[in-house]
Design a protein around this ligand. Structure first.
Ligand SMILES: [Zn+2]
Length: 174
Protein backbone atom coordinates (compact mmCIF):
# COMPACT_ATOMS: atom_id res chain seq x y z
CA UNK A 1 0.00 0.00 0.00
CA UNK A 2 1.00 3.61 -0.42
CA UNK A 3 0.89 5.63 2.76
CA UNK A 4 -1.48 8.59 2.62
CA UNK A 5 0.81 11.08 4.26
CA UNK A 6 4.37 10.50 5.23
CA UNK A 7 7.05 12.50 6.94
CA UNK A 8 10.22 13.02 4.99
CA UNK A 9 12.98 10.95 6.45
CA UNK A 10 15.52 12.79 8.51
CA UNK A 11 18.17 12.33 5.86
CA UNK A 12 15.89 14.04 3.39
CA UNK A 13 14.83 17.07 5.37
CA UNK A 14 17.84 17.83 7.46
CA UNK A 15 20.98 17.29 5.46
CA UNK A 16 23.93 17.66 7.75
CA UNK A 17 27.15 19.37 6.89
CA UNK A 18 29.14 16.29 7.86
CA UNK A 19 27.36 14.00 5.41
CA UNK A 20 29.22 13.27 2.23
CA UNK A 21 28.42 10.75 -0.46
CA UNK A 22 30.26 9.12 -3.30
CA UNK A 23 29.19 6.96 -6.20
CA UNK A 24 28.90 3.35 -5.14
CA UNK A 25 29.60 0.42 -7.41
CA UNK A 26 30.48 -2.24 -4.87
CA UNK A 27 28.61 -5.32 -3.72
CA UNK A 28 24.89 -4.97 -3.12
CA UNK A 29 22.93 -7.26 -0.83
CA UNK A 30 19.96 -8.93 -2.49
CA UNK A 31 17.33 -6.54 -1.11
CA UNK A 32 19.15 -3.49 -2.44
CA UNK A 33 19.90 -5.23 -5.73
CA UNK A 34 16.14 -5.74 -6.16
CA UNK A 35 15.61 -2.01 -5.65
CA UNK A 36 18.19 -1.12 -8.25
CA UNK A 37 16.73 -3.62 -10.70
CA UNK A 38 13.38 -1.84 -10.44
CA UNK A 39 14.71 1.70 -10.67
CA UNK A 40 15.39 3.41 -13.98
CA UNK A 41 18.94 3.19 -15.31
CA UNK A 42 19.31 6.96 -15.17
CA UNK A 43 19.49 6.77 -11.38
CA UNK A 44 23.00 6.69 -9.95
CA UNK A 45 23.80 4.72 -6.81
CA UNK A 46 25.52 6.55 -3.98
CA UNK A 47 26.75 5.65 -0.53
CA UNK A 48 27.12 8.25 2.17
CA UNK A 49 29.71 8.25 4.91
CA UNK A 50 27.14 6.86 7.33
CA UNK A 51 26.97 3.75 5.14
CA UNK A 52 23.58 4.46 3.65
CA UNK A 53 23.01 3.52 0.01
CA UNK A 54 20.50 5.40 -2.13
CA UNK A 55 19.83 6.40 -5.70
CA UNK A 56 19.69 9.84 -7.27
CA UNK A 57 18.57 11.11 -10.67
CA UNK A 58 19.65 14.55 -11.82
CA UNK A 59 18.32 15.67 -15.21
CA UNK A 60 21.10 16.11 -17.71
CA UNK A 61 19.92 19.57 -18.63
CA UNK A 62 20.33 22.04 -15.84
CA UNK A 63 17.43 21.77 -13.49
CA UNK A 64 16.77 22.86 -9.95
CA UNK A 65 15.16 19.50 -9.20
CA UNK A 66 16.31 15.92 -8.72
CA UNK A 67 14.73 12.57 -7.86
CA UNK A 68 15.91 10.31 -5.02
CA UNK A 69 15.16 6.78 -3.87
CA UNK A 70 16.00 6.10 -0.24
CA UNK A 71 15.59 2.53 1.02
CA UNK A 72 14.84 2.05 4.70
CA UNK A 73 15.97 -1.51 5.15
CA UNK A 74 15.20 -1.59 8.88
CA UNK A 75 11.45 -1.40 8.24
CA UNK A 76 11.19 -2.54 4.64
CA UNK A 77 10.09 0.75 3.10
CA UNK A 78 11.37 2.92 0.28
CA UNK A 79 11.02 6.69 0.09
CA UNK A 80 10.73 8.22 -3.37
CA UNK A 81 11.12 11.99 -3.44
CA UNK A 82 11.62 14.93 -5.73
CA UNK A 83 14.10 17.36 -4.27
CA UNK A 84 14.94 20.93 -4.94
CA UNK A 85 18.70 20.75 -5.26
CA UNK A 86 20.87 23.21 -3.40
CA UNK A 87 20.64 26.21 -5.71
CA UNK A 88 24.27 27.20 -5.22
CA UNK A 89 25.54 23.69 -5.83
CA UNK A 90 22.85 21.76 -7.70
CA UNK A 91 25.00 18.67 -8.17
CA UNK A 92 25.47 18.11 -4.42
CA UNK A 93 23.18 15.17 -3.79
CA UNK A 94 23.57 15.36 -0.02
CA UNK A 95 21.83 18.72 0.14
CA UNK A 96 18.53 20.11 -0.97
CA UNK A 97 14.93 20.31 0.19
CA UNK A 98 12.50 17.43 -0.10
CA UNK A 99 9.21 18.44 -1.72
CA UNK A 100 6.46 17.03 0.43
CA UNK A 101 3.80 16.85 -2.27
CA UNK A 102 6.17 14.88 -4.44
CA UNK A 103 7.27 12.39 -1.81
CA UNK A 104 5.87 9.01 -1.03
CA UNK A 105 6.88 5.91 0.89
CA UNK A 106 6.07 2.43 -0.31
CA UNK A 107 6.07 -0.73 1.75
CA UNK A 108 8.03 -3.60 0.23
CA UNK A 109 5.09 -5.99 0.20
CA UNK A 110 3.51 -7.84 -2.74
CA UNK A 111 3.97 -5.92 -5.96
CA UNK A 112 6.33 -3.29 -4.57
CA UNK A 113 8.64 -3.66 -7.56
CA UNK A 114 6.12 -2.21 -10.02
CA UNK A 115 5.16 0.54 -7.59
CA UNK A 116 8.78 1.52 -7.25
CA UNK A 117 9.36 1.54 -11.01
CA UNK A 118 6.22 3.62 -11.53
CA UNK A 119 6.89 6.15 -8.79
CA UNK A 120 10.59 6.51 -9.57
CA UNK A 121 9.58 7.21 -13.18
CA UNK A 122 7.10 9.85 -12.05
CA UNK A 123 9.74 11.43 -9.83
CA UNK A 124 12.09 11.59 -12.81
CA UNK A 125 9.46 13.33 -14.92
CA UNK A 126 8.74 15.82 -12.17
CA UNK A 127 12.45 16.50 -11.74
CA UNK A 128 12.72 17.33 -15.43
CA UNK A 129 10.20 20.13 -15.13
CA UNK A 130 11.56 23.59 -14.72
CA UNK A 131 9.03 25.57 -12.75
CA UNK A 132 9.28 29.18 -13.92
CA UNK A 133 7.77 32.33 -12.52
CA UNK A 134 5.67 34.66 -14.68
CA UNK A 135 8.67 37.00 -14.69
CA UNK A 136 10.89 34.29 -16.21
CA UNK A 137 12.96 33.65 -13.11
CA UNK A 138 13.07 30.20 -11.56
CA UNK A 139 10.66 29.21 -8.84
CA UNK A 140 12.15 27.86 -5.65
CA UNK A 141 10.70 26.12 -2.65
CA UNK A 142 9.52 28.36 0.13
CA UNK A 143 7.03 28.04 2.93
CA UNK A 144 3.83 29.92 3.63
CA UNK A 145 4.24 32.25 6.59
CA UNK A 146 1.21 30.99 8.47
CA UNK A 147 1.18 27.23 8.27
CA UNK A 148 4.59 26.25 6.98
CA UNK A 149 3.22 24.60 3.86
CA UNK A 150 5.64 24.40 0.98
CA UNK A 151 4.96 26.66 -1.99
CA UNK A 152 6.92 27.86 -4.97
CA UNK A 153 8.23 31.40 -4.60
CA UNK A 154 10.08 33.47 -7.15
CA UNK A 155 13.86 33.31 -6.90
CA UNK A 156 13.80 36.99 -7.81
CA UNK A 157 12.04 37.93 -4.55
CA UNK A 158 11.62 40.48 -3.12
CA UNK A 159 11.69 42.29 -6.46
CA UNK A 160 9.07 39.83 -7.71
CA UNK A 161 6.39 38.71 -5.27
CA UNK A 162 4.75 35.96 -7.30
CA UNK A 163 4.27 32.51 -5.82
CA UNK A 164 2.59 29.33 -7.06
CA UNK A 165 1.14 26.22 -5.54
CA UNK A 166 3.26 23.12 -5.99
CA UNK A 167 0.22 21.12 -7.08
CA UNK A 168 -0.06 23.39 -10.09
CA UNK A 169 3.10 21.81 -11.47
CA UNK A 170 2.04 18.21 -11.43
CA UNK A 171 0.10 15.48 -9.77
CA UNK A 172 0.87 14.55 -6.24
CA UNK A 173 2.19 11.12 -5.41
CA UNK A 174 -0.28 10.34 -2.68
ZN1 LIG B 1 9.05 36.22 -10.49
Amino acid sequence: MIAATVPLSSIATEPRADITATKHDGFLPRSLRAIENNTQKAFTRYQDNAGRIYWVYLPRKSSTLGARVYPETTNGTIQISVFEQDLRNPSDITKGVGIENWTTVIVMDDGWEMKLADLAGRAMKQAEKKPRCLCGSILRIGVTPNDDHQIFVCANAPRCSHSASIKQYGYTFN
